[in-house]
Design a protein around this ligand. Structure first.
Ligand code: ADP
Ligand code: MG
Length: 698
């Protein structure tokens, strides 16, 4: 049997493969492009393409594709085979540098939010050499950025790469001020922890709601849920173990550093965490991971649910985005460090993040907004829709000492002055845990916990990188002009703490009292739904920051706002239609059949023994009939609410109607259906119940 180190990355055209198959000149030139972003000339591209094709064909590939991430949130690919006819009737396998660098997919069906006129179907894809090509099935996949012909980005990768650039640029300005002349780049890294549910394929197929919407729209609470907390970190069932083993193997072949796996809080819920890597690569890897998770599940007779809230009343699934920034030589800028001098630099980067999160709470909320995630945020199990930061006792004490000018309790009665050696030494392991904070400092990185399990991590990291770059830009502008660096630095840090401490909260984020305090006393934002937050993408302060930094253009922002809202509306409309359909064509007939059989039973009993009152049967038939009437009425109301959307004046109004009329009526319709489920004999119920689904995988 081969060991993991034998096959790890075997399907990736990684540095090892490049070194082996490229001449040293070509390799060096490609490396410069990857590491420094220098331009690649066509001669080099041709050589790389040829080597890539040889490598891929040897491993069974017949096709190549430009793999990209349109705004649908999933990945897209269009396959072309390598074959080229030869004069003698045979074929040869060819792949040119031009084909490697640029593709022109017919892009007319991808959402563009009006960026691409419908008659102009062309978009183009451009190779991203910083993310390695890989083989999936029989196809060589080349990670690419996707743009419309006029130039605006139609994908998530382009702005992510831009945000990484601007963060690097601004962070380097700060590092130079602290005397670091050697760093060439500053890189943001991410380790996304991915939660998911597994259900059996057989049961999944019987639930139109799962098939069409990814979540259950009906379902009474099961007798046992997660109340015993016996699933979290529990022993993994054999069927799940087999799945995880297979999944790891597939991911490892693709060079994905799958590392940790365990059961999560809800029954049937699990988590997979990779080792962190560069934001750009981590994003690509997370997209591939989600795809492979579903593929491997199919092989095991399972379905992997990536929806944020597949089951009501049971924890939803998120994705924890562990984020840090480091120099190209590996110095983590969010690591408190041991020496005071590093501390001052650390505190400045820490302040940059605090300021960024407070100033751009709305952008971070927008970055995680989807119809699915709205069910999760604030549902007493996931972080609330209010954004706050957790720093832990030690850092809090340090910040407090700086703000008040009083001695830092952790150190020996010394007054906090930055840049001089009275700064405390931080203990490395004192960052306590707080699982309820949306944005927690965890020792040398921040864990942003609001992302939904199905979200691409690109959006959150674009906003995070950009917002932090903006803080750093403002700091660097001031510090570069400062006559007395130490004084300006100290005052700036002090001012940041004073101005932005409202965003720091170390208590229980799930507490209702906190939401009240956050919104009423501290003035923090609480956008509960996608419809509430999304239009703020176009607020002046947000547009100014993102456009000035060059992360988005104005038209890109407008189109993204439209697309996200359209996506929200469409997702909910599909749910509403599925609900009404299931209620009318499955649930009502099932209840009718059961009620009718009960009524027949009562008549049969009375025929035999006329003195029987058959009170139970009569009562049940009455209750079921009332529920049927209610279901009918609410289904009608829901259908009307959906029809009324046609009258909406624009997408913002439509999304508000979804929030105010469609979603509430969906809850109203669910209620009588779930009531009927527990009154109806199981053999009549038309699809698997929560108990079946949650405890069905062996
Ligand atoms: P927990 O569940 O306790 O938060 P995990 O071990 O499940 O911790 O996940 C932690 C994630 O954070 C992993 O993906 C890990 O690689 C990542 N991580 C660790 N250090 C860093 C860092 N400096 N920058 C970014 N991510 C990091
Ligand atoms: Mg975590």
């Amino acid at each position: 049997m081969s060991t993991v180190s034998d096959y790890f990355g075997s399907l990736v055209f990684d540095d090892r493969a490049m070194r082996k198959s490229l001449s040293s000149d070509v390799y060096a030139s490609l490396r410069r492009t990857i590491d420094e972003g220098s331009e690649l000339d066509i001669g080099v591209a041709n050589a790389v393409a040829e080597a890539m094709k040889e490598w891929a064909v040897e491993r069974g590939a017949t096709h190549f594709t430009h793999w990209f991430q349109p705004l649908t949130g999933i990945t897209a690919e269009k396959h072309d085979s390598f074959i080229t006819p030869a004069p003698d009737g045979s074929v040869i396998m060819e792949f040119s540098g031009k084909e490697l660098i640029k593709g022109e997919p017919d892009a007319s069906s991808f959402p563009s939010g009006g960026l691409r006129a419908t008659f102009e179907a062309r978009g183009y894809t451009a190779w991203d050499p910083t993310s390695y090509a890989f083989i999936k099935g029989k196809t060589l996949c080349i990670p690419t950025a996707f743009c419309s012909y006029g130039g605006p980005a139609l994908d998530k990768k382009t702005p992510l790469l831009r945000s990484m650039e601007v963060l690097s640029k601004q962070a380097l300005r700060i590092l130079r001020l602290f005397g670091n002349d050697t760093a060439k780049r500053v890189v943001s890294s991410v380790g996304p922890e991915q939660e998911y549910f597994l259900v059996t394929r057989e049961m999944y197929e019987k639930r139109p709601d799962l098939r069409f919407t990814g979540r259950t729209l009906f379902g009474a609470k099961p007798p046992k849920g997660q109340e015993l907390d016996d699933h979290y970190f529990g022993v993994i069932k054999p069927g799940v173990t087999a799945y995880m083993e297979d999944l790891n193997e597939e991911l490892w072949k693709l060079g994905i550093l799958a590392k940790t796996e365990h059961n999560e809080v809800a029954p049937a819920q699990h988590e997979l965490a990779p080792i962190y890597t560069t934001t750009n690569v981590a994003t690509d890897h997370n997209q591939i991971t989600m795809e492979i998770m579903q593929k491997v599940a199919a092989k095991h007779g399972l379905v992997c649910l990536l929806h944020e809230k597949p089951f009501a009343g049971v924890n939803g699934s998120g994705k924890h985005n562990n984020w840090s920034i480091a120099t190209d030589s590996g110095q983590n800028l969010l690591s408190p460090g041991e020496t005071p001098y590093e501390n001052a630099q650390f505190l400045l980067f820490l302040c940059a993040v605090i300021k960024a999160v407070d100033d751009y709470q709305d952008l971070l909320r927008i970055a995680v907004a989807t119809a699915g995630n709205d069910h999760r945020l604030g549902a007493n199990e996931a972080p609330p829709a209010v954004i706050s930061m957790f720093l832990g006792d030690e850092l809090n004490a340090v910040l407090e000492a700086i703000e008040t000018g009083k001695p830092y309790k952790g150190a020996k009665k010394t007054q906090m002055k930055l840049g001089v050696d009275v700064l405390p030494k931080f203990n490395r392991d004192t960052t306590d845990r707080n699982r309820t904070s949306p944005f927690a400092f965890t020792g040398n990185k921040f864990e942003f916990r609001m992302l939904g399990s199905s979200n691409s991590i690109a959006c959150a990291n674009i906003m995070l990188n950009a917002a932090v770059a903006e803080s750093l830009r403002i700091y660097a502008d001031r510090l570069e002009k400062a006559e007395n660096f130490q004084t300006v630095l100290h005052d700036m840090i002090k001012k940041t703490i004073k101005d932005h401490k409202r965003i720091i909260f170390n208590g229980n984020g799930y507490d209702d009292a906190w939401i009240k305090e956050a919104t009423e006393k501290r003035g923090l934002l609480n956008y509960r739904t996608t419809a509430d937050c999304m239009p703020h993408l176009l607020d002046k302060k947000n547009k100014d920051m993102l456009i000035n930094l060059g992360v988005f253009t104005e038209e890109e922002l407008r189109s993204r706002c439209d697309i996200m809202l359209e996506n929200y509306c469409k997702s909910v409309v599909i749910e509403a239609n599925t609900m009404a359909d299931m209620a009318r064509t499955q649930i009502v007939p099932a209840i009718e059949a059961y009620a009718s059989d009960i009524a027949k039973t009562a008549s049969a009993k009375k025929a035999v023994a006329p003195e029987l009152a058959c009170g139970y049967e009569a009562g049940l038939v009455r209750k079921l009939s009332q529920l049927i009437d209610e279901i009918d009425e609410k289904s009608g109301k829901l259908e009307d609410a959906v029809l009324a959307l046609d009258g909406a004046d624009g997408i913002i109004e439509e999304s508000a109607m979804i929030r105010d009329t469609v979603l509430p009526v969906m809850s109203e319709l669910r209620l009588p259906c779930d009531k009927a489920e527990v009154l109806t004999a199981k053999s009549y119920w038309p699809f698997p119940t929560y108990a079946d689904l949650l405890f069905g995988v062996k």
